[in-house]
Design a protein. Structure first.
Ligand code: NCD
Length: 292
């Protein structure tokens, strides 16, 4: 039976660690199963560069055939529903459906109705399981553990499915997680910390983009003021702990949360995260299709 990957909450910590080990094994040149004959369909109803195309690279590395759905030229333009669109690809007999949609928990209406494995490529402001897995893999490679590490997630937390997924799973894995940024981006119930303390005391400083497309605003700040107060730049990056790393799910908005010099500085793992995304998605696809 195909297994969905909708949220990390649905996995045990052992399953999370198994996915990370499998991804690392692929990265280290371990045996890659051949899924020739299997078909993946990537249905991205929201914009995506990294998640969509690294899933595609992962599918191709596994030998799968890939269909990339383009909502702009689909029957969504003829008032077809999301459900009927997904059901069409399932009826064609594809094996895996990777779906991103702006509706939180869009998958609820699909559960039990679809034979293909569904892998969540992001639902609204809710979950982004494969992004969290690649973040965790990047941290594990750096520190060799999770327990006892401190992570600061900084920026537009309230609109970020990356922040929400990471906040929960990282705490479950024994990390201390704080969020930081303007009050109006902070979620109720989350542990907040002022920016200066967050960047100077954390092992992982994870920056987030402001999600203007979800109606986020800068409040009364200019771009420059935001950058000055909540962004990492050549000046304040020197205050990070010696072995701290900088992460960002990207896309980045240079000049807001991060300056040009910091993007590819020694501490930045932003492009390594993207590399890890391919291996994590290979592991997730192999799990979902029950192949080891
Ligand atoms: C993130 C997303 O789409 O949630 N990007 C990603 O998947 N790498 C973050 C974002 O869009 O800011």
């Amino acid at each position: 039976m195909p297994k969905n990957l909708l949220t990390l909450d649905q996995l045990s910590l052992d399953e999370v660690n198994d996915l990370l080990s499998k991804a690392q094994y692929y990265r280290d040149g371990g045996f890659v199963p051949n899924l020739q004959g299997k078909i993946a369909c990537n249905l991205f109803f929201e914009s995506s560069t990294r998640t969509q195309y690294s899933f595609q690279v992962a599918e191709e590395r596994l030998g799968m055939r890939v269909i990339s759905f383009d909502p702009e030229v689909s029957s969504l333009n003829k008032q077809e529903t999301f459900y009927d669109t997904v059901k069409a690809f399932d009826s064609f007999g594809v094996d895996a459906l990777v779906i991103r949609h702006k509706q939180n928990e869009y998958y609820k209406e699909l559960e039990g109705k679809i034979d293909a494995a569904i892998l969540n490529g992001g639902d609204g402001t809710g979950n982004h399981p494969t992004q969290s897995l690649l973040d965790l893999l990047t941290i594990k490679q750096e520190f060799g553990r999770f327990e006892g590490l401190k992570v600061a997630i900084i920026g537009d937390v309230t609109h970020s499915r990356v922040a929400h997924t990471n906040y929960d799973i990282m705490r479950k894995l024994g990390m201390e997680v704080v969020v930081s940024g303007p009050d109006f981006y902070m979620d109720k119930g989350y542990v907040t910390e002022n920016f200066e303390k967050a960047i100077t005391t954390s092992d992982v400083v994870m920056l987030l983009r402001i999600q203007f497309e979800r109606d986020a605003t800068l409040g009364d700040m200019t771009k420059e003021q935001y950058h000055e107060r909540y962004g990492l730049n050549a000046h304040n990056v020197s205050k990070l702990k010696d072995n701290a790393i900088i992460m960002h799910p990207a896309p980045v908005n240079r000049g807001y949360e991060i300056s040009d010099e910091v993007m590819e500085c020694d501490k930045s793992r932003i492009f390594k995260q993207m590399q890890n995304g391919v291996y994590v998605r290979m592991a997730a696809l192999a799990r979902s299709l029950d192949i080891d």
